[in-house]
Design a protein around this ligand. Structure first.
Ligand code: CTP
Ligand code: MG
Length: 379
C-alpha cells in the first residue's frame, strides 16, 4: 500500500506571536517544519507540504526536494488541498501538523500499522487531568470516566478516498471538524486510536517552543563554573568559613567577613551563569559590604541566578588550610551553604586539605579555597 504524509504548515502561528509562521522558526538549530518533515523520512512513499502562499518560497528553499502546495483559510481546507495534490496511487495518508516536530518514528509506525489493519490510526495519549463538561455559567454538567478519554494528536492516518469524501461532505455542509478523525466520525466511519507520546508536543505558545528546545537537549545541559579566592590570616579576626565561625588564634583579613570558601563558591556560581564575579557584583569599596556576612551575599547570588532562570545543581568546595583542623565543622558548613542556596545538603560537598607545609597555606600565612558548581537553565 502506498503511504503518503501531508505536513500541515499553512497556519499563521498567531498564538506563537513571532510575527511570522511559527513552523519556520528554528528549533535547536533546525526549522520546526524541517524537523516535522524529516520525521517521516524512510517511513512513507512521499510527502506533500501544505503552506501559505506567502511562505511558499521560504518552504521550497528549506525543503527543495519536497512537493509544496498552497493551503486554505481553515486547516480543514488546507487538508483538502493536500489530499487533492496526492498522486492517484496514494492509498493511505498520514495528516501531520508541522507544529509537532518532536513526533517519533514509533508513533508514525503505529499510525501506519493501524491504518493498514483497520483503515485508521490516530495518535492519542490518555488524559491525566479529570475532564469536566461545563455549561455556559461554568457549572459542571458531567465528569466523563477518565479511563476512556484520550487527547488526540497527529499523525492521523486514514484511507485517502475515505478522508477526502468525509472532508468534502463537511465542506459542502459548511461545517468544520476539529481534527481529521472528527471528519471521519461525522461521516459515520470508525476511528481507531493508537498510542501517541507525551513528548509529541504541539508548539502553540512561546513556552512550548522553549520546552521543545529543552527536550531536544539545548536547555537541560548543565553549565559549570569555577571559583578561587585567598585571604591572609591575621591575629584579632574571627575565622569564618562557609558561614561557620571556627575557634582559632587567627582569622582572615578582608573587607567583608573574609569567608574565603563562600567567596570561591559565589564566583563558581556566577561563573557558571556567565554573570561575572563577586568583585563586580559587590565592589569592596562600597561601604554597604564592609564587614558583611558572606552568607548574606551567597543568598543574593542564589536569588540572582534564579531570577536569570537557572537552578543550582550542586556545589563542591575545597578549602586549603594547614591549620586548624576543619573536619569537625564540615557538617555545619554543608548545612549553612545548603540553606543559603536552598538546595538539599546532599547537593553540597565541602572538603579541606593541607599542603604538607608547602606554600602560603602550608606556612599558615593564609587560607585559600576552590569551588566548582553545576547549574541548569530552566525550560
Ligand atoms: N494549519 C494549516 N492551515 C490552516 C491553519 C493551520 O495547515 N489554515 C496548520 C498549522 O500550520 C499547524 C497545524 O495546522 O501546523 C495546527 O494548527 P495550529 O497549531 O492552530 O497552528 P496555527 O493555526 O498556525 O496557529 P494559531 O492558531 O496560533 O494561529
Ligand atoms: Mg490555528
Amino acid at each position: 500500500m502506498s503511504v503518503w504524509a501531508l505536513i500541515m504548515a499553512a497556519g499563521s502561528g498567531a498564538r506563537m506571536g513571532l510575527g511570522h509562521n511559527k513552523v519556520l522558526a528554528p528549533l535547536a538549530g533546525m526549522p520546526v517544519l524541517a524537523r516535522s518533515a524529516a520525521a517521516f523520512n524512510g517511513l512513507v512513499d512521499g510527502k506533500i507540504i501544505v503552506t501559505r502562499a506567502e511562505d511558499m518560497e521560504a518552504v521550497r528553499a528549506m525543503l527543495p526536494s519536497e512537493t509544496v502546495v498552497r493551503g486554505g483559510k481553515t486547516r480543514q481546507q488546507s487538508v483538502l488541498r493536500g489530499l487533492e495534490a496526492l498522486p492517484a496511487r496514494a492509498e493511505i495518508v498520514l495528516v501531520h501538523d508541522a507544529a509537532r516536530p518532536l513526533v517519533t518514528r514509533r508513533v508514525i509506525e503505529r499510525c501506519i500499522a493501524s491504518a493498514r489493519a483497520h483503515g485508521s490510526g490516530v495518535a492519542g495519549v490518555p488524559v491525566k487531568d479529570t475532564i469536566k463538561r461545563v455549561d455556559s455559567h461554568g457549572a459542571v454538567w458531567e465528569t466523563p470516566p477518565r479511563a476512556a478519554l484520550r487527547a488526540a494528536q497527529t499523525p492521523q492516518a486514514f484511507g485517502v478516498v475515505t478522508l477526502r469524501a468525509a472532508i468534502e461532505a463537511l465542506e459542502a455542509r459548511g461545517e468544520i471538524a476539529t481534527d481529521d478523525a472528527a471528519a471521519i466520525e461525522a461521516s459515520g466511519g470508525t476511528v481507531y486510536m493508537v498510542e501517541g507520546a507525551e513528548t509529541n508536543l504541539k508548539l502553540t505558545t512561546p513556552e512550548d517552543l522553549r520546552m521543545a528546545e529543552w527536550m531536544l537537549g539545548d536547555g537541560p545541559r548543565g553549565r559549570v563554573g569555577h571559583g578561587y579566592d585567598a585571604h591572609r590570616l591575621v591575629a584579632g579576626r574571627p575565622l569564618i568559613l562557609c558561614g561557620v565561625t571556627i575557634p582559632y588564634e587567627k582569622g582572615l583579613l578582608g573587607y567583608s567577613d573574609a569567608d574565603v570558601a563562600t567567596h570561591a563558591l559565589m564566583d563558581a556560581l556566577l561563573g557558571a551563569a556567565a554573570l561575572g564575579d563577586i568583585g563586580c557584583l559587590f565592589p569592596d569599596n562600597d561601604p554597604a559590604y564592609k564587614g558583611i556576612s558572606s552568607m548574606l551575599l551567597l543568598r543574593k547570588v542564589a536569588r540572582l541566578l534564579r531570577e536569570k532562570g537557572f537552578s543550582i545543581g550542586n556545589a563542591d568546595v575545597t578549602i586549603v588550610a594547614q591549620r586548624p583542623k576543619l573536619s569537625p565543622y564540615r557538617d555545619a558548613m554543608v548545612r549553612a551553604v545548603a540553606a543559603a542556596l536552598t538546595i538539599p545538603p546532599a547537593a553540597v560537598n565541602i572538603k579541606a586539605t593541607t599542603t604538607e607545609g608547602l606554600g602560603f597555606e602550608g606556612e599558615g600565612l593564609g587560607i585559600c579555597a576552590f569551588a566548582v558548581s553545576m547549574i541548569h537553565k530552566c525550560p
